[in-house]
Design a protein around this ligand. Sequence first.
Ligand SMILES: [Zn+2]
Length: 370
Amino acid sequence: MDVKVFTIPGLEEEMTAFHESYNIHHIVSALDETPSPLKSKGERVCRFCGLANDASKFQNISHLIPHQLGNNRLISDFECDECNAFFGKFENDLAYSLGMTRTIYKTKGKNKVPAFKSPNELITAKINRDFGFESTEIKRKDTTVPNFLINKETGQNSISYIKNSYTPVHVYKVLLKIALSLLPAEEVKNYQVPLGYLRRGNLEKEFSEFAKIFQYQMPLDHRLLAPTAFLFERRLPANRVPKHSFALYFENFIYTFPIPFYEPDIKQNIYNGEEMIIPLCPPILTDKPQGEIVYQRRLVDLSSNELLKGEKGFIQFNADPEILKNLVAFDPVTGKVSSRELNPDEIIGIHFVSPDSEIKFPPNNNSSLE
Ligand SMILES: [Zn+2]
C-alpha cells in the first residue's frame, strides 16, 4: 500500500529513511467493523497457543485492539478463551501505565469511562454530571501536596499524580500481541519465537533489547477518534531490517517498534552478527501540517519484569493568564461567590469541560464545585 503521508516538521528525513525500508502493509481502525466473515467457532485456530477446532474454547469475544482502549468493533477469530483471559491481565497493566489518560479522554471501555484513583486516593478523576453538563473532575485529597501547579503568569498549568503499579514487560507483551494479531494468517507460522515468548515468558533476555519502544505524545489536537494500528512490511528482502514493524495510535499517544525474530530472518542470521539499525516510523499525519507541532518522544524501556511502583503521570493544560488572574472563589457550603481572589493552593478540584458547556450556579444538587 503506497499512501501519501506527512509527518511532523523536522522528522521528514526519518520518514524518508523509514519509507526506504518499509511499506504500509495495512491499517486497522476501531472506527471500522471487523472485515467479515469471521470463521465459525468450530473452525477456529488460536494464533497464540495453537488450540484448534474446539468450539467450546472460543466462546468469548476477543478484540484485535484491547477493549480498554476504546475498541468495541474490531474483533478476531483466532484467540481462544484461555489466551483471551491470559492477555486480559496484561491489558490491565497497559491501562495502569496510561494513568488517568482514559478518564481525561473519556475512553469508553466495556461499559463506561473508567474512573481513576491514584494510590491512597490522593488524586481521583471521574466523569461528573452534577452541574448540568458533563465534566471530567479531578480532585485531590490533600492540598498540602503540591500536585496542582497553577501558574497565573504564564497560564501553563499541570496536575501531577502517581500511577497505579504495573509490570512494564506486560505492557510490551500486550502491544506485541496486537502487532502479531495484525499479521496475515500465512505469516503467523514464521513468528513462533515471539508467539512462544508471549505465552511462556522465557526468552526474556533475547527480547530485552526489543522491549524498548518509541512512544510519542502528540498535542491534544492531534488525538485520534479511535485507536488505530499500522502493520509495516519490509520493501526488499535485501534490507537488513526486521520483516515487519508496527505502530499503535491511541488518543494522542503513538507506540512504535519492530516485530522481531521472523523465522527466515533468523535463518539469514540478521539477529546475530553486526548491530542492526532499525528505522521506525515517525508520526503519520494525513494532512500537511501547518506550523510547528510540539510533541514529546521518548524511548520507553518496557523490558522489566518487576512491578513498577510510584511512576509519575502529568496532565498539562493551558489557560488564558488573564482569566486565571481574575478567578474568584466559590464557596460550596454557602453557594456564594466571594470577591476574594482565588488562591491556587486552596484548589481541591478541577473540572475539564468542553468549550460549549454552560455552567449553572448553584449546582442542582448537594455536590460542590471547587
Ligand atoms: Zn490460545
